[in-house]
Ligand binder design. Sequence first.
Ligand code: GTP
Ligand code: MG
Length: 173
Amino acid sequence: MTVLDIPELALVALVGVSGSGKSTFARRHFAPSQVLSSDTFRGLVADDENDQSASADAFDALHHVAAIRLRRGLLTVVDATNLQPHARAGLIRVAREHDVLPVAIVLDVPEAVAWERTEARADRTHGRQVLNRMRRDLRQSYGRLAREGFRKVHVLRGVEEIDAAEIRYEKLF
Ligand code: GTP
Ligand code: MG
């Protein structure tokens, strides 16, 4: 079992390629209301969870809700790929503005696993090249997360380690 220590009040960014299991992990470990998913917010602002052209508005709304939750002292999990520095910078900013610790949980599965899952899903139509680009972004993310301001960076490698992970909450005081 891998224990992931997380402050009771944190902004948790899940980081991983499409098909790495972020939404599944979020459902398993957190209450639905704690999880802000980019898909959900695309649906809210565009009536279509897959409308990538709605991403800017969707993240705007997501950051806004995250900020309100943190102001109210509520743990918040962001279920998005969070593979690009600019995407993560927005989260770090929201966390800092509310004196909340930003935490990253990286889900890293073999490419074949992510691709197999993608192919099995009707709601994902991206090709292998897109997945490869996400994997490249993930590799580049490793060296950056701590420097960007994530106070804890938990890395889960492989399906078994992801399956065996448990969250443990640290008291703040
Ligand atoms: P995106 O939303 O596209 O970024 O993907 P994601 O990282 O949220 O992946 P998601 O949790 O949706 O998982 C993708 C698919 O893999 C789903 O059909 C899940 O049922 C399956 N899956 C996720 N985690 C596991 C796991 O631990 N074991 C198995 N067997 N399947 C899993
Ligand atoms: Mg998902």
